[in-house]
Design a protein around this ligand. Structure first.
Ligand code: HGY
Ligand code: MN
Ligand code: MN
Ligand code: MN
Length: 415
């Protein structure tokens, strides 16, 4: 790899870390952490602040019809841009870095180029996508999915929140991010996302940079069991229509399925609401969420089919209704091999240890991969913690990752 004139350029770590702290004020939780649910007031405040950062960096800012925000740093030629970015919405118990880091590092790259007077051949874009987390509205990665034409805009806008009756469209209008830029077929040369690993692998293997080869498949379902509430003391077991027991046996089935499948199969029941949720009343209703993941498409399909078959069987054996809603259904994605090599080469050129690995978490890059060569760069997560207020990555590791992003974007934008 020839030595480019800009290969000595480095980001300003203090400025990057300061921006991360500043963004963290929006939705800050007492005692640390972030609650910036998609399209909430805190998300609006974080969006407004980030848009201002883009404008202060001389970037042209566009908001599309699903509320994705794209800042553009002009290139010398009007060629398809190189895009980076991630998300600034968080889960309810989020940290400072999930998503935020990739957006702030993108801004830091632009700030570094401006300070050095470097103009790239292609424009460089920094984006943050609507509702990556999928905590309030499903599916996750909604904004980037709509951007690439993977979900009809109207279906996304009509999606209702899990916490109230508001739709995505209502909330975008309420916070002033119902943009006019079209969605469905973005013109992007390539996409590179910098993100914390959110798992323990880099730390365990003492590597500084994760060279991400792809993202595992994700299947989200909601199962609603409807039975008959009754007295816990007077109703014989054989006469019960116990929605709660059906849900919990389903959860146990999922656990056993994961053990049976082995490999990369994962299964999570993150949400379970019982009604009336009283100690001496047989549950009338149970609503549970199911998150199944696998790096292989076939076993993931098989797992989903098995869980659904069991849920329907256990419901009919107990005289209970079972309704299934598919909330997300994403096949595993492989990133562009040349771009993955480019990430690895530039990390090595910076003297950083690397590890090739899949991503356990979903990311916007898996959606951009549908329309352009895409790749990701990971940095370690302390104790693998994420979606947890104690999420942490060492400052120097954050700066290493941003320097890899800088060099990869410079490489891509000067082709
Ligand atoms: O669920 C995920 O993997 C991502 O954080 N939305
Ligand atoms: Mn994320
Ligand atoms: Mn996340
Ligand atoms: Mn290069």
């Amino acid at each position: 790899m020839t030595t480019a004139p800009w290969s000595a350029l480095r980001v300003d770590g203090v400025r990057l870390l300061q921006r991360l702290q500043d963004l963290g004020q929006f939705g800050a939780l007492e005692g640390g952490g972030t609650n910036r649910l998609a399209l909430s007031d805190a998300d609006k405040a974080g969006r407004d602040w980030t848009v201002q950062q883009m404008r202060d960096l001389g970037m042209a800012v566009q908001v599309d019809a699903i509320g994705n925000v794209v800042g553009t740093c002009a290139g010398m030629q009007d060629l398809p841009p190189v895009m980076t970015g991630s998300h600034i919405d968080t889960v309810r118990t989020g940290g400072l870095y999930d998503g935020n880091y990739g957006v702030m590092a993108g801004l830091e790259v632009v700030a570094t180029l401006r300070a050095a007077g470097v103009r790239t051949r292609r424009p460089i874009q920094v984006a943050f996508f609507t509702n990556e987390e999928g905590a309030r509205f499903q599916p996750d990665m909604m904004g980037s999915l709509v951007m690439v034409g993977g979900m009809p805009l109207q279906a996304a806008l009509a999606t209702q929140a899990v916490d109230n009756a508001a739709t995505v469209g209502d909330e975008l209008a309420r916070i002033g991010y119902a943009g006019s830029a079209p969605v469905g077929a973005p013109v992007v040369d390539s996409f590179v996302e910098l993100h914390i690993e959110q798992g323990p692998v880099l730390e365990q293997q003492d590597r500084l940079i994760g060279v991400v080869q792809g993202v595992q498949g994700i299947c989200w379902m909601q199962l609603r069991f409807t039975g008959t509430s009754n007295h816990a003391g007077t109703t014989p077991m054989a006469l019960r229509h116990d929605a709660g027991m059906c849900a919990m046996r389903c959860a146990a089935f999922i656990h056993n399925l994961v053990v049976r499948y082995g490999g990369s199969q994962l299964g999570t029941v993150g949400g379970l609401q019982l009604k009336p949720n009283l100690i001496n009343v047989i549950a009338q209703e149970a609503v549970m969420t199911v998150d199944l993941r696998n790096t292989q498409a076939a076993p993931l399909r098989q797992a989903q089919a098995e869980v659904l078959a069991f849920a329907n069987r256990i419901a009919s054996e107990n005289g209970v209704q079972c309704e299934h809603r598919q909330l997300a259904d994403f096949e595993p994605v492989d990133f562009d091999a040349d771009l993955v090599d480019c990430v690895e080469q530039h990390a090595h050129a910076l003297g950083l240890s690397t590890l090739r690995m899949p991503s356990g978490a979903g990311h916007d890059a898996q959606m951009l991969a549908r329309v352009c060569p895409s790749a990701m760069v990971f940095v370690p997560s302390r104790q693998g913690l994420s979606h947890n207020v104690h999420e942490h990555t060492d400052p120097d590791q954050l700066v290493h990752g941003a320097n890899v992003l800088l060099q990869v974007l410079l490489h891509q934008a000067n082709r």
